[in-house]
Write a protein that binds this ligand. Structure first.
Ligand SMILES: *[C@@H]1O[C@H](CO)[C@@H](O)[C@H](O)[C@H]1NC(C)=O
Ligand SMILES: *[C@@H]1O[C@H](CO)[C@@H](O)[C@H](O)[C@H]1NC(C)=O
Ligand SMILES: *[C@@H]1O[C@H](CO)[C@@H](O)[C@H](O)[C@H]1NC(C)=O
Ligand SMILES: *[C@@H]1O[C@H](CO)[C@@H](O)[C@H](O)[C@H]1NC(C)=O
Length: 193
């Protein structure tokens, strides 16, 4: 009895062991182009999928969870702002939060535009891959323009999933249309299946 309890405790500790996080701070500018992979192991419909772009007209690219839209390895982070590299996109498109506000869950859509809407601003941090425990580089949400805080997640939209920011201190959610918090992971030279 005691032995099996000890075994269970050891297994639980092993299962939650985390990779070693370096103490060196990371720059909030990443010029080597990358893709963004989503993680939330509790939602297999989005876990390990990618952030995709969709030509929405007027120069804007809207953001969807793969397989909706087109995959991209052409992202950069410039002063904390997700940017479609100016090597391919002239003028560059930047990720902003300013679309289709939804009072039912207090979320606002993130999309990419050349216009001056309030930008989504991120810190760059190390984390551990929840499946493999490998060290990874993540974007941690910092601010919408001048407004600090909140979280980025995804929510169903026409059979796919779009990206929605939930403001800090939000007290509402919509069980009819659940919102899933996601971790965004920087992946260089991603291969899309
Ligand atoms: C995907 O990219 C192709 C080639 O640029 C374009 O023709 C098509 O409209 C894009 N599809 C979406 C959903 O954005
Ligand atoms: C919605 O988010 C804002 C922050 O952007 C917060 O001040 C407000 O209290 C939230 N509203 C609800 C109903 O949760
Ligand atoms: C996964 O999503 C749920 C629902 O938003 C959230 O409660 C949970 O904290 C998320 N887990 C991670 C690791 O982000
Ligand atoms: C990505 O691919 C390019 C070109 O093949 C290569 O130069 C670069 O080192 C790769 N980056 C990483 C992080 O593997």
């Amino acid at each position: 009895m005691q032995q099996s309890l000890a075994f269970l405790l050891t297994s639980a500790i092993a299962a939650t062991s985390a990779c070693t996080i370096p103490t060196t701070p990371l720059s909030n500018t990443i010029t080597d182009r990358f893709a963004l992979q989503l993680q939330n192991a509790s939602n297999p419909v989005v876990h390990n999928h990618f952030l995709n772009i969709w030509d929405w007209g007027g120069g804007d690219q809207h953001l969807f969870v793969s397989p909706s839209g087109n995959s991209t390895n052409e992202l950069q982070l410039i002063d904390g702002v997700i940017t479609l590299s100016s090597a391919f996109w002239d003028p560059p498109r930047r990720a902003v939060i300013n679309g289709e506000y939804e009072p039912l869950d207090n979320t606002t859509k993130m999309f990419m535009t050349e216009r001056g809407d309030p930008r989504a601003i991120w810190n760059v941090v190390y984390g551990c891959n929840p499946d493999t425990d490998a060290l990874q580089i993540e974007l941690a949400f910092k601010a919408r323009g001048d407004e600090l805080g909140g979280l980025m997640g995804v929510r169903d939209f026409n059979g796919g999933y779009d990206f929605r920011w939930k403001g800090p201190g939000t007290s509402v959610n919509n069980p009819e249309r659940p919102w899933t918090h996601v971790t965004l992971v920087v992946v260089h030279n991603a291969t899309f299946s």
